[in-house]
Write a protein of this length. Structure first.
Length: 145
């Protein structure tokens, strides 16, 4: 599934320097630091697995959460959000400032909004049919330091 998503929306990032799992608002957050110093936290619920793969010559971090959502990390300032259909489900696609298109999560999208969080741009979306503590997934795309 992750490969299919990558093929649809290639999401190359700089080589990964570090991966840290932290707690953010009661959920485990995967924090990725790449070679140019970009920190990209992705809140995906309880982390089950973290895989670093090579895709088109770049390392790609794939996160699998407790409900099986596979979320490749997108780095950059959010400039657009597109909702597309992939395998019968709506997919949130984030386009960052350098033109990288990255699928962020798979699920039925109820709402999506760009908000300011600690001077960073964030996308919050809701997926119905999940438990209350998993309703909102935070995807924080931090500006380059």
């Amino acid at each position: 599934m992750s490969r299919a998503l990558f093929l649809l929306y290639p999401s190359p990032v700089e080589p990964v320097l570090d991966i840290v799992v932290e707690v953010f608002q009661g959920a485990q957050v995967v924090v990725v630091v790449n070679i140019v110093g970009v920190i990209a936290p992705v809140a995906v619920g309880i982390v089950v697995d973290i895989v670093v793969e090579v895709f088109q010559g770049a390392q790609v971090v794939v996160v699998v959460n407790i409900v099986g959502v596979i979320a490749p990390v997108a780095v950059g300032i959010v400039v657009d959000i597109v909702v597309e259909v992939f395998q019968g489900a709506q997919v949130v696609v984030v386009v960052n400032i350098v033109g990288v298109i990255a699928p962020v999560a798979v699920g039925i999208v109820v709402g999506c909004a760009i908000i300011g969080f600690d001077d960073k741009e964030s996308c919050i979306f809701d997926a119905p049919g999940t438990k209350s503590d998993m309703l909102v997934t935070y995807i924080l795309l931090l500006r380059m330091l």
